[in-house]
Design a protein. Structure first.
Length: 387
């Protein structure tokens, strides 16, 4: 079977890339092991979608079809250091309607797939398991476990942090484990959050509370492995009490809704985003500490930029040529680099317990909060991926 483009991985970034190419003449194959499903109740996997991501999803015709009763705009964010440092970000003061939108992963994932099912130039190979990839000057050839052989000018790896495509293409990745896990859970709150997100740099990790609709909030606690094990073993009452105390009881009593989960945290950088016949997007291209909440937004911007590059190609130009893919790589060099190393530096900075260092980093937070130009520049970059 011949295609112009094969996307391996139907997660949010890979599926969004396919939908972004819906108006092109490109013939696309998307390979995924299983389609997404709506989580029962409230999904434990929650993302903070930046305004730039919301605009991209609106351009795809997806954002307007979401159940907005399950989405919560963030009006403010309050960040607390470990020794009196505080930093407050306001959408209103920065000239934005919201800092981000908080929503469940499966809510968006299912809606993007509904668009894919109706798309004339996409063939969904699901279930599909790739087992062999061969690259040459003319094409990329991919064999599936069921024996099907696909050929295309370009293969896009959108298959996550342990990307099979990346390994098969010989693209090296440097992985730095944090020896932490992100413990996630949803809670019903006694007090109204009023669209405010909270973050604490605690002695035992970084904890974020993200506002959800219906008086709920989602927690992400980037905790050392030993603490993560402890949190996962606590009964519901003890777990809620632990989270309430770590969050200084700002939302009163908490009631856990749904299940807890945890995932390992690591920094991952690749040697190159693209080579001839192969490009990487999303978690296959980069992994960052979740303290910024920007992992999924990087993936959406990867998809948007790669789609823009491919859509602009004249019909005679080969989309798998390295000269073409280098345009994508150049445009995606800055934002992931800055966010990866900023979040990495902050994580390492607040993990050290020296009293002098603690005083300096908290003083730095307070000083940043007193310089509106700097603070608003940070908000604009987080919202739009540029200053």
């Amino acid at each position: 079977m011949k295609f112009d483009l094969i996307i391996v991985g139907g997660g949010l970034a890979g599926a969004a890339l396919a939908v972004a190419l819906r108006r092109t003449a490109l013939k696309i194959a998307l390979i995924e092991q299983a389609p997404p499903q709506r989580a029962p109740g409230w999904d434990a996997r929650v993302y903070a979608y930046s305004p730039a991501s919301a605009r991209f999803l609106d351009e795809l015709g997806v954002w307007g079809h979401l159940d907005h009763r399950r989405l919560m705009p963030v009006a403010e964010m309050c960040v607390h250091g470990d020794a009196g440092g505080t930093l407050r970000f306001s959408a209103y003061e920065s000239g934005l309607s919201e800092l981000a939108w908080i929503g469940e992963s499966s809510l968006l994932h299912v809606e993007i797939w509904e668009s894919l099912k109706r798309q004339h130039n996409v063939r969904l190979l699901c279930p599909g398991i790739p087992v062999e990839l061969a690259l040459d000057a003319e094409a990329a050839r991919l064999r599936l476990a069921d024996g099907k052989v696909l050929e295309a000018a370009l293969v896009v790896g959108a298959d996550g942090r342990d990307s099979w495509v990346r390994k098969q293409a010989g693209i090296a990745a440097t992985v730095t484990p944090y020896d932490e896990r992100g413990v996630v859970a949803n809670f019903r709150c006694e007090r109204p959050h009023r669209g405010t997100a909270f973050q604490w740099f605690c002695p035992d990790g970084v904890m974020a509370w993200l506002p959800l609709a219906d008086g709920m909030m989602s927690m992400v606690w980037s905790a050392p492995n030993a603490l993560a094990d402890e949190l996962l073993k606590l009964d519901a009452e003890a777990f809620c009490a632990r989270v309430e105390a770590a969050g200084e009881h700002v939302l009163g009593r908490l009631e856990q809704v749904g299940e807890r989960a945890a995932f390992p945290l690591r920094l991952m950088r690749v040697d190159q985003l693209a080579r001839a016949r192969v490009a990487l997007v999303g978690d296959a291209a980069h992994a960052i500490h979740p303290l910024s909440g920007h992992g999924i937004n990087l993936g959406f911007q990867d998809a948007k930029v790669l789609a823009d590059v491919l859509e602009a190609l004249p019909s005679w130009e080969d989309p798998g040529e390295f000269s073409v893919l280098r345009r994508y790589a150049r445009r995606r060099a800055e934002e992931p680099f800055l966010l990866q190393y900023t979040t990495h530096a902050l994580s390492r900075l607040f993990s050290r317990r020296e009293p002098l260092l603690s005083a300096l980093r908290n003083a730095g937070m307070n000083l940043t909060g007193q310089v509106p130009v700097l603070k608003n520049a940070l908000v604009r970059y987080a919202a739009n991926g540029r200053f």
